[in-house]
Design a protein around this ligand. Structure first.
Ligand SMILES: [Zn+2]
Length: 605
């Protein structure tokens, strides 16, 4: 598997533009970095890392977590696998896979590795099964591990480069605008600067074969883009490309209808998904991610060839993996929102949201790459931003001052409560609020501490120019002392015509984030709804901790309810009972009343 030497590919017009952009961005970043004395760009190959004790956490007995991570390396053993006739996947030559689709007189390559070096190794493998020229490249998304090796596959010939219409702009964004932040964080996340023996694997691949200065970028810019879908035929192979936002907003999947092979890109691989990447990413919209996985399920693929980790075959197995994967994402999303709506802060929600046992036991959901707790925080931030809702955290004490204050407190012998009182008397209001808040964690509900915190917040409010800040602090103080109580919004208080005016979609989709998952871990039940006045059908499927709601009739159901949309809204708002509505004949039920009522009880507040 020695890398084959290739002649330098002729530079296609797209590459020339990409090269100029890259050089421009690199020069600016390098100049700024050198001004700051920040060794961001490595101009020369990196020096060999001397493995100090600090980089060897694994001396002595091996922790079970490390044993599991090591075992995961089996996924990435270098190989060229044949999936079906004409479809091969190269695994283990870099962080991602590269997929070869062979036609009559040419080939398509889906995803092109992270560097010219990694791509060269993969092309050598592809050339062991076909000599046909690569006519088309497909980027499943803009990430460097799928795009940076592209021109190697062209071998100097013109190629079509297909991607989603947002891919080009996203490439620019990560290269030009946020690179000084993302690059060093990526290097840390992927362990590229660690000695090889300290890195069992990189979670979704053996390693990232890209370090500035050591590897060559061989990016080509997209030449053909699309918005929602693109059907094409290349060298006699029919391919359907579908926009499938999830891991990135430009993500697509590739469906080969004749062989029923699905390439799900990075919306699915053998690890819990990276719903948030610690290298730094904009919010990944997990609801769209789930919808993209559902679009894949609807195709009932026979083979699944992800862009990281090994492929699987067999319709039943593929469906099981796709379903568990989307369920895991929905579980984390819905339960995060459920607890957030119950008033919990992200630090508290991560303590509660753990995958149901059957999902945690699925090797496709082992947390080798993404993690549930990071996902919870990301979903929370994606919905409501950085502020966790506690007024004491609107203006946190700056880090250096915090360190000084903690040092002083450590030597003082004072308790947290005493420190809060001292700070309040001294006019150190923010510190007083934070200390009272910390003390309340040890004595929840303590009236004296609540009063201390309330006084600190009230005094802070008096110093605010921002009306938002003043109002929030004062109201929070009133809630602490019990003088103010904000009632939860109660739909039953809405005037009936307002309630009826809300679309049924919201009532149905809003159900999922109210599921009491801990009571539903063993429940598998399907309910069909027919809203007789508007002629629409919905399916509610409770599946072991997750509620899937989709429009359309269920194939099989434990109960089917037919009722007008307005009556259903009244039932959902608690204005009328379901049994009474059945008795009057305004609702009709087919199947088990117990199944229906016990299922609906899982969604009570
Ligand atoms: Zn990737």
């Amino acid at each position: 598997m020695s890398p084959r030497r290739l002649r330098t590919p002729r530079i296609a017009p797209g590459l020339a533009r990409a090269g100029a952009l890259l050089l421009g961005a690199a020069a600016v970043i390098a100049a700024v970095a050198s001004l700051l004395g920040w060794p961001h760009r490595e101009r020369t190959p990196r020096p060999a890392v001397v493995a100090s004790a600090a980089l060897q956490p694994d001396a002595g007995a091996e922790h079970p977590a490390l044993a599991r991570l090591r075992a995961h390396s089996r996924e990435f053993e270098p190989t060229l696998l044949k999936v079906v006739d004409g479809v091969h996947v190269a695994i283990g030559e870099g962080l991602a896979n590269s997929i070869l689709i062979e036609g009559t007189d040419g080939a398509v390559v889906v995803d092109t590795m992270e560097s010219a070096e990694a791509a060269t190794r993969v092309l050598a493998l592809f050339r062991t099964v076909t000599a046909k020229p690569v006519r088309t490249l497909v980027y499943t998304h803009f990430h460097p591990d799928h795009t940076f090796g592209a021109s190697v596959f062209a071998e100097g010939r013109p190629v079509e480069v297909i991607a989603h219409q947002r891919t080009d702009a996203l490439l620019d964004e990560v290269m030009d605008v946020v690179s000084p932040t993302i690059y060093p964080r990526s290097m840390r996340q992927f362990g590229t600067h660690l000695p090889a023996e300290a890195v069992p694997n990189a979670g979704i691949g053996p390693r990232l074969d890209y370090v500035e200065g050591r590897n060559r970028i061989a990016l080509l810019r997209p030449t053909r883009t699309f918005a929602e879908s693109l059907d094409l035929e290349v060298a006699g192979v029919r391919m359907q490309l579908r926009h499938a936002p999830g891991e990135t907003e430009d993500q697509l999947f590739v469906w080969l209808p004749d062989s029923r092979v699905l390439l799900p890109a990075d919306n699915l691989y053998r690890s819990f998904p990276n719903l948030y990447a610690i290298r730094g990413t904009p919010y990944r919209d997990v609801r769209r991610w789930i919808a993209s996985l559902d679009a894949m399920r609807a195709l009932r693929p026979a083979h699944l060839v992800p862009s990281h980790s090994r492929p699987i075959s067999g319709e039943a197995e593929v469906m099981r993996v796709l379903t568990d994967y989307r369920d895991a994402i929905q579980f984390v999303h819905d339960q995060t929102i459920r607890w957030m709506n119950a008033g919990l802060a992200p630090d508290e929600i991560v303590e509660r949201v753990k995958l149901p046992p059957h999902l945690a036991a699925n090797p496709w959901l082992a947390q080798h790459y993404g993690r549930v707790d990071w996902s919870v925080r990301s979903i929370h931030a994606g919905q409501v931003g950085w502020f966790d809702g506690d007024a004491a955290r609107l203006f946190p004490v700056p880090p250096e001052e915090r360190a000084r204050r903690l040092q002083a407190l450590a030597g003082s012998g004072r308790t947290l409560a005493q420190e809060a009182e001292r700070a309040l008397a001294a006019g150190e209001l923010q510190w007083a609020a934070e200390m009272a808040d910390a003390a309340l964690r040890l004595a929840p509900g303590d009236a004296g501490l609540r009063g201390t915190k309330a006084r600190a917040l009230t005094a802070l409010a008096g110093r605010q120019e921002s009306a938002n800040a003043r109002n929030y602090l004062l109201t929070a103080a009133g809630e602490l002392t019990g003088e103010i109580a904000i009632a939860r919004r109660d739909p039953s208080k809405l005037p009936l015509e307002q309630l009826h005016a809300f679309p049924i979609d919201g009532f149905m989709r809003g159900l999922t984030v109210r599921l009491r998952a801990e009571e539903a871990l063993e429940v598998e039940r399907t309910i069909g709804f027919e809203f007789t006045d508007i002629g629409r059908h919905w399916t509610l499927a409770v599946r072991r901790g997750v509620a899937e709601v989709r429009e359309g009739r269920p194939e099989a159901a434990d109960a089917r309810l037919a009722v007008s949309a307005d009556r259903w809204k009244e039932i959902a708002a608690g204005l009328r009972g379901l049994p009474a509505t059945l008795v009057t004949g305004e609702a009709r039920l087919e199947g088990s009343p117990v199944a229906l009522i016990s299922t609906l009880r899982l969604f009570r507040d």
